[in-house]
Design a protein around this ligand. Structure first.
Ligand code: BV8
Ligand code: ZN
Length: 246
């Protein structure tokens, strides 16, 4: 794995010959939009541990606390905008015949920037559902009512996100695996590579012959699977890659 400040000819030629391109993204993708990451200095896990909040037992034990945390995050995410990194990926989807975003993020910023082919591995914070009857509810509904929103059927409503210990949505996971297996180039952007099974995807692409590019201000546990490590912010490096391959 080569670490490089600039965009090499090898990287540009990998894109030139690529049919299938995949962007695998984590919380760092949205950092420049003002969404706190999980494990960085501003990380939200600093105040809470995942096991305390982002899991079903914690929710059943103290639904008001978990809802307070999600309500706060929903409000932050409702105020933010996609950043130049998101828009660069949206332009790449228009440029390549086959382009997929596989995201661990639940902030919906890829779709808001214009990407259509998006696999949301860990759900979407703009969606909520009743645990008893499955009815979907908007954030407007859940944020307007009680501390622990209830469905008309009496069931408890929860955010439509994947908690620790929960399976990933089948279609999203299957689609992500298929995209990685046929990828010619995979961009791993803004993820610490800590959470599985999502973090296994860059290696899946690598084993299938993809050219793997990691973009992060610091090396991660995924860096050893990357062909090139571009040190820096995704909001700066992704537009630079787009300019270099235009
Ligand atoms: C499952 C939704 C199986 C909720 C999230 C022991 C070993 C290995 C695995 C496990 C284990 N024990 C348990 C497990 C499995 C567990 C897991 O992986 N735990 C980890 C913590 C060890 N995984 C699960 O439970 C998954 N389910 O395995 O089910 C199963 C099998 C059978 C039967 C039943 C079940 C479910 C995991 C999903 C959890 N949900 N989120 C919510 O958000 O509230 S995870 C959460 O972490 C987010 O989705 C987030 O995206 C994800 C990963 O974090 P990152 O995105 O990487 O973010 P992070 O802050 O860590 O890193 C940010 C990076 O950005 C940094 O590297 C930073 O340098 C960089 N950065 C900063 N600024 C920028 C930048 N990069 C670019 N530009 C910048 N400007
Ligand atoms: Zn219901």
């Amino acid at each position: 794995m080569k670490s490089s400040e600039n965009i090499s000819d090898q990287l540009v030629s990998a894109f030139r010959t690529a049919q299938h391109v995949v962007a695998f993204t984590g919380a760092g993708m949205s950092a420049e939009s003002g969404v706190p990451t999980f494990r960085g200095d501003d990380g939200i896990w600093k105040t809470f541990k995942p096991e305390e909040l982002a899991n079903l037992n914690a929710f059943m034990r103290n639904p008001a606390l978990v809802w307070e945390w999600y309500a706060a995050r929903k409000k932050v995410i409702a105020e933010v905008q996609p950043n130049p990194g998101h828009y660069a990926l949206a332009e790449m989807e228009r440029k390549f015949s086959s382009f997929a975003v596989i995201t661990q993020n639940i902030d919906n910023l890829h779709r808001r920037a214009g990407n259509k082919n998006v696999f949301e591995l860990h759900g979407n914070i703009e969606r909520n559902y009743c645990m008893k009857c499955g009815t979907n509810f908007t954030n407007e509904y859940v944020l307007a009512g009680a501390a622990v929103p209830q469905c008309t059927c009496g069931g408890m409503i929860r955010p439509d996100v994947v908690w620790f210990g929960e399976m990933l949505p089948e279609d999203e996971w299957e689609g992500a695996i298929r995209a990685c297996r046929s990828a010619d180039v995979l961009l791993s952007v803004g993820t610490s590579g800590v959470v599985y099974p999502a973090a296994s995807l860059p290696q899946t692409a690598k084993l299938a012959g993809a050219y793997v590019i990691e973009i992060n201000p610091e090396p991660t546990s995924l860096s050893s699977h990357a062909d090139v490590f571009l040190q820096g912010k995704s909001g700066e490096i992704l537009p630079a890659i787009l300019a270099a391959i235009r």
